[in-house]
Write a protein that binds this ligand. Sequence first.
Ligand SMILES: [Zn+2]
Length: 177
Amino acid sequence: MHRTALALVALLAPSCSAPRQEHDYLTGSLLGMMRWAAPQVREMLDVRGKDLTLWVLPEDDERLETHAATTGDRRQVAFRADVRDKKLDVVASICAHEATHAHCDREPWRRLPEWAEEGLAHHVAVLLVPDCADDYQPEDMAGYRRVAQLGVGGLRALCERARREGLDEVPDEWFPR
Ligand SMILES: [Zn+2]
């Protein structure tokens, strides 16, 4: 069994006026929800676990255009502090989405083009937190629908075919229109 170890390495910037207890509550909630989401995502994608580090950034931090993002090395997930204003199940859905990105550097998933990975992240979030399907929609809903038609198993099959054929990326024409 592989476990995902989670660490929280950054708290809010001192300039933030929210009381300290609220920071602890937010970071505790995020850790708890990521511990809930990450193992389910790994099971769905059938990939090994990895250590993830969660960051909470001030809400005016310009590095984050959305409420959360996974960094290029796929081992760090940053949340913007105003994610605390979202309903808890929406935050759970965001965790599922980011946990999907975090694990998409693994075989065979790393062969997904960026738009399809985004669709997969939303698809997984909707499967895990169905009530939030409308609360946190991706910009590219058309891409999401193409991915959702295939489901996790169908997408995996495309990635495995690309791997067999020596392609770095699943060609666009393999996806449903
Ligand atoms: Zn995303």
